[in-house]
Design a protein. Structure first.
Length: 265
């Protein structure tokens, strides 16, 4: 079976979108690559992503191709009470299908957005939610150029099959990218937790070493040695693990520590 250029591009884009388990992962680059792939696969003028966290708009990412245009059209939507396809898609959690910009302008739909879009030569637009299952992370907004000379543009009414396919492809890309973001966040959380557990284990090992060393030096039980070490750490306002590490290294004030030595009953 021979794969088309679009199918091959889509497969590569989906693979890249989910390959996020790296310590050098960069969210902005990840989302820009999503926008770039979308531009190439659906033949768009440009594309951009509004990334939302905690119910507030926090950042924009534009495609490498015509990035300034994408960022301008995202920014105008973010202004209070202005709206646009990106915000509509995020607000409903559903795609906003192809909308001819001229028709939307005539209908007074998104006045500021359509004015800017026409200024940039955008003929149509659509948006899809960036989501991981039921969690919305933002929206992907795609901006389409006029049809080539000699070819009629899409009708202003219902979507054509080609329009519907473009929306479906963009939604696949957006959901793959959202899954990649989710996996990367889990990866970062697990790494942080593993680091915390390793640090706690290291502190415990140092304390156990110090207890054993002091018990042997003082010829006493390990519980009494631990109590003495803890008293020393509290008296000198020092973390117990630090006092234990310094006791093992021999850099702790030996006379001061010996002063806490348990006395025979």
């Amino acid at each position: 079976m021979h794969l088309s250029t679009r199918e091959t591009g889509l497969a590569a884009a989906l693979l890249e979108a989910t390959d996020t388990l790296s310590d050098s992962f960069d969210t902005a680059h990840h989302l820009q690559r999503l926008s770039d792939h979308c531009v190439e696969i659906v033949g768009a003028h440009s594309a951009g992503i509004m990334l939302v966290a905690g119910g507030e708009r926090v950042s924009f990412v534009g495609s490498s191709r015509r990035q300034a245009v994408a960022l301008d059209l995202l920014t105008v939507q973010a202004a209070p009470d202005r709206g646009g396809p990106c915000l509509d898609s995020y607000g409903t959690g559903r795609p906003v299908p192809h909308v001819p910009v001229g028709a939307a302008r005539t209908a007074a739909r998104w006045p500021d957005f359509t004015r800017r879009a026409l200024h940039h030569g955008i003929a149509a637009t659509f948006a899809v939610p960036l989501r991981r299952r039921e969690t919305l992370l933002g929206a992907l907004n795609v901006f389409l150029p006029p049809p080539p000379p000699g070819r009629n543009g899409p009708p202003a009414g219902p979507e054509s099959p080609g329009d519907e396919e473009s929306v479906r492809l963009a939604q696949l890309l957006a959901e793959a990218a959202a899954a990649g973001l989710h996996n990367q966040r889990l990866h970062a959380e697990y790494r942080a937790l593993a680091g915390q557990l390793q640090s706690a284990l290291s502190r415990r090992v140092r304390v156990e070493q110090a207890k054993g060393m002091l018990a042997e030096r003082w010829n006493t039980g390990v519980d009494q040695a631990f109590a003495a070490l803890r008293r020393y750490a509290r008296r000198h306002r020092m973390p117990l693990a630090e006092a234990a590490a310094r006791a093992v290294e021999g850099s702790l004030d030996r006379d001061g520590l010996d002063a806490e030595r348990p006395r025979p009953v």
